[in-house]
Ligand binder design. Structure first.
Ligand SMILES: [Zn+2]
Length: 199
């Protein structure tokens, strides 16, 4: 079974996908992780990706698909996979269709107020980028990172007015994708509105 997971920022999409992965015994593939691994391992692809981002460009869809193709060719993906973070646009969905079929799209739906509550409590370490949450994942010392003692702060894009804009943008971008997969009868809507799930 090849599953895609969609969800707005702060929907707990990554957490949901990894729980589903454990339950179904299928790998959770996050395109964000794939990109970070290539950069960390300084592969040829990683260098190309770095080159795009240093010029302020997004990773091109075909490059992303090459990474994905390599990953889903691994033996652990034989029985299927759970893909998180891709596709985000119709052209990406079309690229994906060249390398794999899909069976199911899990569309996480979370009320805006819940997202704002979750992300609004998020704190990021200025030094190492570690993420905390004032409510669910408190640092041991208030305002300081457990890992590196760096200063914790609220990112600009975690402010409520900015979160609202991010949610609007997400909906605009995702609507055509939902229609695309709805036409294949692959959408399953799931409400994920518990505030106790960390983002
Ligand atoms: Zn830190």
């Amino acid at each position: 079974m090849k599953i895609l997971v969609f969800g707005p920022p702060g929907s707990g999409k990554g957490t949901y996908a990894s729980r589903l992965s454990a339950k179904l015994g299928m790998p959770h593939i996050s395109t964000g992780d794939l990109v970070r691994d290539e950069i960390k391992n300084q592969t040829e692809m990683g260098k190309r990706i770095n080159d795009y981002s240093s010029r302020g460009l997004l990773v091109p869809d075909n490059v992303m698909c090459q990474l994905l193709q390599k990953r889903i060719a691994q033996p652990d993906c034989k029985g299927g996979f759970i893909l998180d973070g891709f596709p985000r646009t119709i052209p990406q969905a079309q690229e994906l269709e060249k390398i794999s079929t899909t069976d199911l799209v899990i569309n996480l739906q979370v009320p805006d107020a819940v997202v704002i509550e979750r992300l609004g409590a998020r704190l990021t370490c200025r030094n190492c980028g570690a993420i905390y949450n004032e409510r669910f994942l408190k640092p041991r010392t208030p305002g300081r990172c457990d890992k590196c003692t760096g200063q914790l702060y609220q990112r600009e894009d975690d402010r409520p007015s900015v979160i609202q804009q991010r949610l609007e943008l997400y909906r605009q971008q995702t609507q055509p994708l939902l229609e695309h997969y709805a036409s294949k009868n692959q959408i399953r809507n799931i409400t994920n509105n518990q505030t106790d799930v960390p983002p």
